[in-house]
Design a protein around this ligand. Sequence first.
Ligand code: ZN
Length: 482
Amino acid sequence: MSVEESNQCDPGSSGRAELKIHRRAMLLVATTPILVPFACSRTDGTADPAAGDPPVAASPVRAEVPDLRPFPPSIEPLVRIKVANTARRTVELGRVGQRLWITQPGSESAGRAVRGPVRIVRDDEGWSVRWSQGGRGSSARFVGAGPLAIADGDAQAQGIDFEGRRLRGTIRIVSIRNTAGEPELDLVCTLPMEQYLPGVLEKELFASWRPATFEAQAVAARSFAVCERAFWLRRRHYDMVAGQASQAWSGGAASRRSRDAVQATAGRVLLWRGQVVPAYYSAACGGRPANAIEAISANQVNRIAPLTVDGGTARRRCGCTTDSPHADWRISVGEDAMVEALRAYGRRVSNQALASIRGPVEVTVRRRNAAERPIDFEVRGSGDPIPVVLPAGRVRSVVADAGGRRSWKDGPRSACLELTGADRGYRIEGRGFGHGVGLCQYGAESMARGGASNLEILARYYPGATVGVAWESAAPPQAAFS
Ligand SMILES: [Zn+2]
């Protein structure tokens, strides 16, 4: 299928009523290989304009900008998940008696079959591996800078134990240097997408939630992972982190509900104009969803209809506004703490106006999106003629800093917030939990309880997107080992 042909699968433009979108949601079966351009989308969500930068314009979808989102892969991809990073030079892996197969990919070294647990030590010349066999100590040596790969050698691959977790897939230990030039080790699991996803659902959703919620989440998580992999494949040694920076991951252990949802949606990804949608999701949108271009990053891949909020009222009635503990919340921070947090941020980004700001400080919403969620704020210190403009996400993190990085219950749960002056401080009122882009997990569960299918849920939270089958699952996910 050529690019032009695949673009003909475009279901149309944004702005349809959600029910119409759902009826037109279609399944596209990829029967021929599809061109997969690598290194195309940046979706790690770390971009954040520094203080004083021109704010990102909330402009509508622009068709003339090249769309660098990936095309759906025609075969199930492997994904690389960073599960740990350590400043130690030693890693211990495996259960007592477990068969492990150790290799150094790309080197001349022969692989070694060993018995767990193994103790692996990195030094300047390479890797030392020690284990116990028949009561006697054994060791092997792998020379060179390349990573060491440890595979589960048991017939019933159960995963490899590491610090109380059981990790699925092949584990690579990669020797890196941190930004200060100090040596560290990264642990990266590599495994097929469909085996990875159950462990995502396991951590992202409550066990009691409905199957349709799990299925919608499976399609979103798969689509997000496809985009991350496409971007990072040739840029770094992992695609995603197991955690909030990407997607939570249990390491592989998953309930039947998680595994069933992945199997029921195997290979299905969200598409818009024939290319995969980086399907962001968060816990609760608070009825005021965010645009990806403002809340995730200014990358053009985020300027697409399914990730853009329109002025309709559908999301204001999102179930999370009635059926979640995050519908609205209130916290307070002291004025001195807020001023110091603003100054500290100003010093970090070399913004003189912020670094020397004096209280009392006014923090007011400057612009809102079509759903009335704040996009950015004006921060005006005592005696300052010109306010500093900060994106809403930055204001959220400054408020979190001012609160001493307390638990999520006591901190700002989202950037959908407003500050009002109170006695020597601020009262902060907010809605929702998380960045508010794309699928709202509490809202999805509310729909599922009302009988909605996974397609209806996806159509509501990614308006204009369709669901297509990118690859047929080679085999059902392996049995649980929870
Ligand atoms: Zn919501």
